[in-house]
Design a protein around this ligand. Structure first.
Ligand SMILES: CCCCCCCCCCCCCCCCCCCC(=O)SCCNC(=O)CCNC(=O)[C@H](O)C(C)(C)COP(=O)(O)OP(=O)(O)OC[C@H]1O[C@@H](n2cnc3c(N)ncnc32)[C@H](O)[C@@H]1OP(=O)(O)O
Ligand code: FAD
Length: 664
């Protein structure tokens, strides 16, 4: 029956003002109204339909993405959308495309690493999309190790040009999105060589294709790297391969904010730190953290709604069976993910603030907070994308067999999301960056340098090394001070233990390599402390709306108690809690699940997702799952005829042969 809300009873159970929660989720009333307006604009426009996307062969899929991305751009111009509105439109169109790299990396690289003059020349062309760019850093042989890249940019003083060259097969650029078939230009990272000396990696703007006929320019070999994981999914993107055979570019196409090469070929290092060359990655890592809550909340919305619709076992006297959401095991798998979606939302908001702050400082030549910004963006990118990718897969399993159908929306969501654990820095490599930062911090304790920001807790190291939890009953675990101290003590003790073990090695790099697994765990503990602290800080703000703050307190409690339970070994092993206190934490966690249960559907409604955006039969707002699943099955191309293609060729002879054998 159309128009019936099968989840209406669930919605009536809510103990808080859902509309106010929508504003908390969006970050502000302005953000809510913006998201609401743009998501509906996209959902109601047939030009952005997702129908049949997972069934298209690659060439058609890709062409369809080109159509959608250019149609999006046309609508942005026609509707005179602001940058903020355009970014929202891209989000709700929900299809990775070359435009992501153009706007998300090519332009930021020029802005961050180009001189004023270079920005004046290139940005207007890029803003009007008269040139389309990508970010060509990774090579076939090296991705994580940026200093190991092999592409060369050799200065030729005779002609005042750089010669860009790929000296080996492994120096082929490999992976850049938008490169394979679309980009006319790229910011290419290459080893800068002048006067015979190698000055390491720098960015260069290189034209790849003709602006007349789009053919690769002389000396440029470029193409797509091939089909990737999952149907549809990230195959809408033309990740590419690129080789240079002595391609010449003018000297002024070297991005010269960090260092310059003069007309005479002299290398000049300006007074900004070289790490600014990695600035685009810091920016994108911060956007990836913000985006984690989008992807996780989407999967959680689908799994929560479906868990309320789905019933299995427990029918009494012919009554209805139990909703699977009422099983404690389902709650123990689902509710921490719901809580994580909210936690990542708030930490994402905070990281955006931190990034804006560091950017303003950099503009004023204050580089003091750059190391912390790097550690936070790297660590939180790693933590949130790992948890989100795992969480999406868990949501698929929470939906049983139906979660495996593409029409559940979950397989595609997973396939699109999972590379976030690798791109913009492999998650383990990034954790090791955080660990380096932590080890440096520990080594400087007592030097008079006071740790600030997210590592301020290290300044209380003596207390944190010896304090013990004073939790006596389950509800003591609801006290923010008890929780923050537990996470601080665990993180501090794990870092100090690593530092002590490192000091046993004569060669610190050898020690770091040997202890890498422990160091990565210490980094996780530090990053979890940040997420927990930011959630707790959020709750200290004035939050309007009936029952909204109480629900957020429940979610926050679930988030940290679930972590405490999952990482019990760390908390017990470092001696901060006893096994009795660990068990009390678990009792409190179960109690919070019961408090959350009646609000679960409304908490996912607060994400305010349209059915178009969710693109999931299991996650439909009205819960009308079964008729729609049944209907969708018949739309599969295999069901266009009763007799499948290939039947006469392969199956019929088999059946006939069996018939003959049976007769014998
Ligand atoms: C229609 C229009 C609509 C509008 C649409 C708008 C759409 C916008 C969408 C935007 C979304 C964008 C979508 C993105 C999609 C994903 C694309 C993915 C792209 C990529 O993957 S690009 C390639 C990314 N590659 C990596 O991340 C490589 C990882 N490796 C590294 O970062 C480094 O090699 C590594 C591991 C850090 C090591 O570097 P190394 O130089 O060897 O460094 P050391 O370890 O020796 O450290 C030296 C020193 O530097 C510090 N450091 C390191 N990195 C940084 C940094 N980034 N910032 C600051 N400081 C850094 C490090 O801590 C050390 O410091 P010390 O003080 O200890 O010396
Ligand atoms: C979908 C997608 C889109 C991408 N888009 C772009 C793009 O637009 N532009 C671009 O330039 N690049 C892009 N990339 C490339 C991406 O940035 C790299 O793949 C990424 O940085 C990881 O590097 P790698 O592939 O060299 O992994 P590797 O470093 O080879 O990792 C392999 C394994 O080795 C481990 N490992 C590596 N080094 C260490 C270490 N020091 N200590 C411990 N373990 C280690 C890793 O943890 C991992 O398990 C994209 C990648 C993907 C998948």
């Amino acid at each position: 029956m159309e128009g019936v809300d099968y989840l209406a009873d669930e919605r009536k159970k809510a103990e808080f003002d859902v509309n106010e929660m929508k504003i908390v989720w969006a970050g502000s009333r302005h953000n809510f109204e913006l998201s609401d307006r743009i998501s509906k604009l996209v959902a109601n426009d047939p030009g952005f339909s997702k129908e049949g996307r997972t069934m298209l062969p690659r060439k058609e899929l890709f062409k369809n993405t080109l159509r959608k991305a250019t149609y999006a751009w046309k609508r942005i111009i026609e509707l005179r959308l602001s940058e903020e509105e355009a970014a929202k439109l891209r989000h709700f169109v929900d299809e990775p495309a070359f435009t992501d790299l153009h706007w998300g990396m090519f332009i930021p690289a020029i802005k961050g690493q180009g001189t004023d003059e270079q920005q004046k020349k290139w940005l207007p062309l890029a803003y009007k999309m008269q040139i389309i760019g990508c970010y060509a850093q990774t090579e076939l042989g090296h991705g994580s190790n940026v200093q190991g890249l092999e592409t060369t940019a050799t200065f030729d003083p005779q002609t005042d040009e750089f010669v860009i060259h790929s000296p080996t097969l492994t120096s082929s650029k490999w992976w850049p999105g938008g490169l394979g078939k679309v980009s006319t230009h790229a910011v290419v990272y290459a080893r800068l060589i002048t006067n015979g000396k190698d000055y390491g990696i720098n960015g260069f703007i290189v034209q790849l294709r003709s602006l007349e006929d789009h053919k690769p320019l002389p000396g440029v070999t470029v193409g797509d790297i091939g089909l990737k994981f999952g149907n549809g999914a990230y195959n809408t993107m033309d990740n590419g391969v690129l080789r240079f055979d002595h391609v010449r570019i003018p000297r002024d196409q070297m991005l010269m904010r960090v260092s310059q090469v003069t007309r005479e070929g002299k290398y000049v290092q300006s007074d900004v730190p070289r790490q600014l060359l990695y600035g685009t990655m810091v920016y994108v890592r911060q956007t990836i953290v913000s985006d984690a809550s989008n992807a996780l909340s989407r999967a959680v919305c689908i799994a929560t709604r479906y868990s309320a619709v789905r019933r299995q076992f427990g029918s009494q006297n012919g009554g209805q069976e139990i909703q699977v959401i009422d099983y404690k095991t389902q709650q123990n798998r689902l509710f921490p993910l719901l809580a994580s979606a909210y936690a990542f939302r708030f930490v994402g908001e905070w990281l955006k603030w931190l990034y804006t702050d560091v950017t303003q400082r950099l503009q004023a030549n204050d580089f003091s907070t750059l190391p912390e910004a790097h550690a936070c963006t790297a660590g939180l990118k790693s933590l949130t994308t790992t948890a989100t990718a795992d969480g999406i897969e868990e949501c698929r399993k929470l939906c049983g067999g139906h979660g495996y159908l593409c029409s559940s929306g979950l397989p595609e969501l997973f396939a699109v999301y999972v590379p976030a654990c690798t791109y913009e820095g492999d998650n383990t490599v990034l954790l090791l960056q955080v660990a380096r930062f932590l080890m440096k911090t520990v080594s400087q304790l007592g030097s008079g340098k006071k740790p600030v920001g997210t590592i301020a807790y290290m300044g209380r190291i003596e207390h944190l090394m010896q304090c013990r939890s004073d939790v006596k009953q389950a509800k003591d675990w609801l006290k923010p001070s008890a929780v923050v101290e537990a996470f601080e003590a665990r993180a501090a003790r794990m870092s100090v233990a690593c530092a002590q073990n490192l000091s046993k090695f004569d060669n610190p790099e050898e020690g770091f390599a040997e202890l890498a697994a422990d160091l990565a765990e210490a980094a996780v503990a530090h990053c979890q402390l940040i997420v927990v602290s930011k959630f707790i800080e959020k709750l200290q703000q004035d939050i309007p709306g009936e029952g909204v703050k109480q629900q957020l307190e429940v979610l926050c409690g679930i988030y940290y108690l679930f972590l405490l339970h999952k990482h019990q070994g760390d908390f017990l092993g470092t001696g901060y809690i006893t096994s009795k206190q660990a068990s009390l934490a678990n009792d409190q966690l179960r109690a919070l699940y019961s408090q959350l249960r009646p609000n679960a559907i409304s908490l996912v409604d607060a994400f305010n997702y349209t059915d178009h955006f969710l693109d999931s039969i299991l996650g439909r707002y009205d819960g009308n799952v079964y008729p729609k699943l049944y209907e969708a099955a018949w739309k599969d191309p295999l069901n266009q005829s009763d007799i499948a293609d290939g039947f006469h060729e392969y199956i019929r002879p088999l059946l006939k042969q069996q018939l003959r054998t049976a007769r014998l």
